[in-house]
Design a protein around this ligand. Structure first.
Ligand code: AMP
Ligand code: ZN
Length: 433
């Protein structure tokens, strides 16, 4: 395969050279944080660490961790390391409750975010010939804007369609020959159903061949389902507002884990309970330190996202290490009747089943009652109620074997459940309301 690069030199730096670069940038970041950010000044003083004591990459472990609560506590001024009139952009990351986290960007930071996006897209084979439909929200959410800049840098024709309005999305795709799109996994599943309903065969009738899918967790089974339904390749895209948004880690054309751009982010995988570093291959919490952030450097940010480092080099030749698909967040584990359950375990069972459709929700209520409501595949209902009862029984048993808890499975017709324009809410826990 002919591998394309946006920034070949940086993307293929030898490991010693890359690590040398990381160390110099880490030292500079800590120096600036200690000098300019009162929050870090205090945190470093508390542990008695001076910036010039950071002498190796391993010394990152001596630095204080930053949590999302820390960022919230600094709202609205943020952890600014530049004069207040220097940033040119504000994005916020919403939590479930309370104030959001305010993340500021300088001109250079915005430019860097666009560079990383361009790098990521080119790694999947995007070129200036592509017509790029950006089906993500534009606004405070970084997903829309940052991806937009990357695609424009490459020279694609960018269609900033935003999410929703499937009718219009389809019209744009047909009229302008969209070849690549950025889309949420939940919306991609829904959109596949919409096309089917319209009698549009994506393989035959559309030029759409690549989808960049991320911003919320999804399983390998879901990737497969989207690829099959739309006849295209799905590339996993990972990012978070605190670290620029999308373009932190991205799959290359080999689709085997996401290259995390290590010249911009120093990565650690830690045991979420003890904070101890975990060896390659072991799942833990991804912790990231910005290495080139001007406006708002962040040290050792606890992303809460659970993943692992994949061993070995990637056939594409990039030297930046790969992280596996995010299997969930350390805070999205559900405890049902004393058993630990991750929503993704449920999604895996559902999406692997051919008679199951594309939308689902997990509801917890009463005294630990677990209900999985899920749409049937469009062709699955033949009018025979017994067949549905049979399928319901099958699924209940499959889920019970996976979860060790018996759920109630509620099968509903294809297309009957609502679809959010933003990230899907997959778990409704009424127990804590
Ligand atoms: P936001 O700051 O609103 O963009 O949300 C960032 C969060 O979305 C991350 O911390 C992850 O929990 C989640 N996320 C983003 N991309 C992915 C992905 N490819 N797979 C799983 N979760 C993701
Ligand atoms: Zn690769």
């Amino acid at each position: 395969m002919n591998t394309l690069f946006w920034d070949r030199e940086t993307e293929t730096l030898t490991r010693p050279r890359l690590e040398q670069l990381q160390l110099a940038r880490l030292q500079e970041t800590v120096r600036r944080a200690a000098l300019r950010v009162p929050f870090y000044q205090r945190a470093l003083a508390e542990i008695g660490l001076k910036p010039d004591e950071v002498r190796s990459l391993a010394d990152v472990q001596r630095l204080p961790l930053t949590t999302s609560d820390d960022l919230r506590s600094q709202y609205p001024a943020g952890l600014l390391a530049v004069p207040p009139d220097e940033p040119v952009r504000l994005h916020t990351s919403s939590g479930t409750t309370g104030k959001p986290k305010a993340i500021f960007f300088s001109k250079k930071d915005i430019d860097n975010a666009g560079e990383l996006m361009a790098r990521s897209l080119v790694a999947t084979g995007v070129t200036r010939q592509d017509v790029f439909q950006n089906m993500m929200s534009y606004g405070l959410f970084t997903g829309g804007l940052m991806m937009h800049y990357g695609a424009e840098k490459i020279g694609c024709l960018v269609i900033p369609s935003g999410p929703g309005n499937s009718e219009r999305q389809l019209m744009l795709m047909q009229d302008f020959g969209t070849t690549a799109a950025h889309i949420l996994p939940s919306y991609a599943l829904y959109f596949a159903g919409f096309l089917e309903q319209r009698g549009v065969d994506a393989r035959r009738d559309l030029a759409w061949r690549k989808a960049f899918v991320g911003a919320e967790p999804y399983t390998e089974e879901t990737r497969e389902k989207i690829q099959q339904a739309l006849g295209l390749k799905v590339f996993n895209s990972y990012g978070l507002t605190e670290m620029n948004g999308p373009g932190v880690a991205f799959e290359c054309s080999h689709q085997c884990g996401m290259h995390l751009w290590e010249d911009h982010f120093l990565l650690e995988i830690l045991d979420p309970k003890t904070g101890a570093p975990l060896p390659e291959g072991q799942c833990g919490e991804l912790v990231l330190t910005t290495l080139q952030r001007e406006a708002m450097p962040i040290l050792r940010y606890r992303t809460r996202d659970i993943t692992r480092l994949l061993p070995g080099p990637c056939p594409c030749g990039r030297t930046h290490r790969r992280v596996d698909r995010i299997t969930g967040r350390s805070d999205d584990m559900l405890i049902v009747r004393g058993v630990n359950i991750f929503p993704q375990q449920i999604e895996r069972v559902l999406m692997a089943h051919p008679q199951i459709g594309r939308n689902y929700v997990i509801v917890l209520e009463g005294l630990d009652d677990l209900t999985v409501q899920v749409e049937l595949a469009p062709a699955a209902f033949d009018g025979n109620v017994e067949h549905v009862a049979d399928l319901q029984h099958q699924l209940t048993e499959k889920l019970k074997a996976e979860l060790w808890v018996r759920p109630t499975v509620n099968l509903v017709p294809a297309g009957s459940m609502p679809v959010a324009e933003g990230k899907a809410r997959r778990v409704i826990d009424k127990r804590s309301l």
